[in-house]
Design a protein around this ligand. Structure first.
Ligand SMILES: [Zn+2]
Length: 243
């Protein structure tokens, strides 16, 4: 009798606690799709599966050689750029939620799609590790997370490539590059990154991960830093390619 009363009370306390947790979660993550503002299904988080599947895709997901040089307007030290989406209004909205509004769990579905792309294109066997573009520790403390690392973690979980977060470091914070031209960006980034463990990257084939490839300046500086430290090859993976 006493046992069943305890069990019954325990269940009620548990269910009340769950109800309040759900209320808090729904407050922090309102159960409306970030793209269409309609209610989500219970198995969906932040974005409808059909809204995610309906996002416009790039014509060329895998860019290399002369095509990559033409797009970037310089010859990069990385071999190819893998990306899924062009910079549409929907992507601009999602990236803003992902980066600045704390909706880091968007990394899960978006990273899964990138991980799937890596598998479809057969790169999982060619790459030794994923390396997210690091944030400076002050910026990371302000934001609470590194969006590139969240994305890389989800890609790694999907396609099974290891994630290395402790080999590439941002040595100093760099001012916003939004209004800079390419040569100013390169100057701004010079020496901004360092390889902490050169023996780890020596002769390795690495994939740098970032949310957006815009001019390619940041990814180029990271790639060159890894290659100078002995990496054999670098490719770049991003959700969006603007160029
Ligand atoms: Zn939707």
């Amino acid at each position: 009798m006493a046992q069943s009363w305890i069990n019954g009370t325990g269940r009620r306390i548990w269910s009340t606690a769950r109800f309040f947790c759900r209320m808090v979660t729904d407050f922090v993550y309102p159960p409306l799709c970030l793209l269409c503002d309609r209610y989500l299904q219970a198995n969906e988080t932040l974005i409808h599966e059909k809204c995610l599947a309906g996002l416009a895709l790039l014509d060329e997901e895998d860019l290399s050689g002369q095509d990559l040089q033409d797009a970037l307007r310089f010859a990069p030290s990385f071999e190819r750029s893998l990306a899924l989406y062009p910079y549409t209004d929907d992507l601009q909205k999602l990236i803003h939620f992902f980066k600045y509004s704390g909706f880091w769990s968007l990394a899960e579905p978006l990273g899964q799609n990138l991980g799937q792309l890596m598998m479809d294109l057969g790169y999982t066997r060619e790459i030794d590790a994923l390396i997210p573009v690091p944030l400076h520790k002050v910026r990371q403390r302000q934001r609470g997370y590194n969006q590139a690392e969240k994305l890389a973690r989800s890609i790694g979980r999907t396609c099974g490539v290891p994630l290395w977060t402790d080999v590439l470091l941002r040595r100093r914070p760099t001012p916003s590059q939004a209004r800079m031209n390419r040569s100013d960006r390169m100057r701004n980034l010079l020496g901004a990154f360092a390889v902490v463990k050169p023996d780890r990257v020596a002769q390795k084939k690495l994939a740098l991960v970032d949310d957006v490839l815009t001019t390619g300046s940041t990814l180029e500086e990271c790639s060159r830093t890894l290659i100078d430290a002995g990496a054999a090859r670098v490719i770049v993976i991003s959700l969006v390619r603007v160029v």
